[in-house]
Design a protein. Structure first.
Length: 342
């Protein structure tokens, strides 16, 4: 900075103001300083600035996988919102969903100097009594149940599932079969519990679940099993990728969608409208989740007295062409006048 000041013929304080974008510098002086910076190849030292002001303008993000739609789109939304607030993000994937893995990630992110951390915790690790995060670290948790210990931001998983099941029952289906996600997944459990509760409240039979792993391949395997169930006329898949696999399996088995079987997904990925048929699905507002995460974390950073709590972002059912009323039961007369149902 001193070198730039000498070359530009100004004070070091003026160079500092120009490098930070301070408005109190006349334009001709600003151009003179910028030209000197260019000649000397000067770049402001962000690490030194951070040490001086006690803020690094960086948010750490801990997660276990980017393979799922929810996680990848949540990270994208967090990065977008953080940039709008003048923050960068440091992404830290954790290989194993264990207490040691999470605590190790916190330690390493601390060494990288971040102002706060967002934990995308799809599994139930935070529910464990023995898991405590390091004291003094500002944290927001996504997609888990942290009780009253940490602020939580999540999509309203249960209400989204309720909308999907009620839509199918409202079309006249006797019950709804479910392709669920992994057993250890918080969002999968919430969606499955809501599916079951709606059927029980309506006095309907609760069919056995088909367990998937979020992939289209697991949805395909579940779809093959359901295609062989003559009573199956409606399927709620816990995400759109598994719904895609279900659609393929039903097509291969000759079960028409939606004429014979209706299918609903969850996520509303950008390709959902291009499925064949276009998929009825539950829309998640990932941009709003990212905005709430960043704002919640910054609120803690600026006011350590901010209280923990859970923020649920609403979901919306998007109805497309993959759902319809169940097949009509047709009666025909046998010779002699007796009716037969087909």
């Amino acid at each position: 900075m001193a070198d730039v000041a000498r070359l530009a013929g100004v004070s070091a304080q003026t160079v500092s103001r120009v490098s930070t974008g301070h408005p109190g510098v006349i334009e001709s002086t600003r151009r003179q300083v910028l030209h000197a910076m260019e000649q000397l190849g000067y770049r402001p030292n962000s690490a030194a600035r951070a040490l001086k002001r006690g803020s690094f303008r960086t948010i750490g993000v801990i997660l276990f996988t980017l393979a799922t739609t929810g996680n990848s789109r949540t990270v994208e939304a967090i990065a977008t919102q953080a940039a709008q607030e003048g923050y960068a993000i440091t992404l830290f994937p954790v290989a194993a969903p264990t207490q040691d893995g999470v605590l190790g990630a916190f330690t390493r992110l601390g060494e990288l100097a971040v102002d706060g951390i967002i934990v995308i915790m799809e599994v139930h690790l935070l529910d464990a009594v023995n898991l405590t995060l390091p004291p003094g670290v500002q944290v927001v948790v996504v997609d888990s149940d942290a009780g009253d210990r940490y602020p939580v931001v999540d999509t309203d998983q249960a209400d989204g599932a309720r909308q999907a099941v009620r839509h199918l029952l409202g079309l006249g289906h006797e019950t709804v079969w479910h392709v669920t996600g992994p057993a250890e997944s918080f969002s999968s459990e919430r969606r499955a519990a809501a599916w079951r509760a709606v059927l029980e409240d309506a006095g309907r039979v609760v069919p056995p679940v088909q367990r998937g792993d979020w992939s289209a391949a697991s949805g395909y395997a579940a779809g093959l099993a359901l295609a062989d169930e003559p009573s199956c006329t409606a399927i709620f898949a816990a995400n759109d990728q598994m719904a895609l696999g279900v659609l393929r399996a039903l097509h291969e088995r000759g079960r028409r969608v939606p004429a014979e079987v209706s299918v609903v997904g969850f996520d509303d990925i950008p390709d959902a409208a291009a499925y064949l048929p276009p998929l009825t699905t539950v829309h998640q507002d990932f941009a709003e989740v990212g905005r709430r995460c960043v704002h919640g974390l910054l609120e803690q950073i600026h006011d350590e007295r901010a209280e923990a709590g859970t923020v649920l972002v609403p979901t919306t059912l998007v109805v497309r062409e993959s759902t319809a009323p169940p097949p009509v039961v047709v009666s025909r007369a046998r010779p002699g006048g007796n009716a037969v149902v087909s």
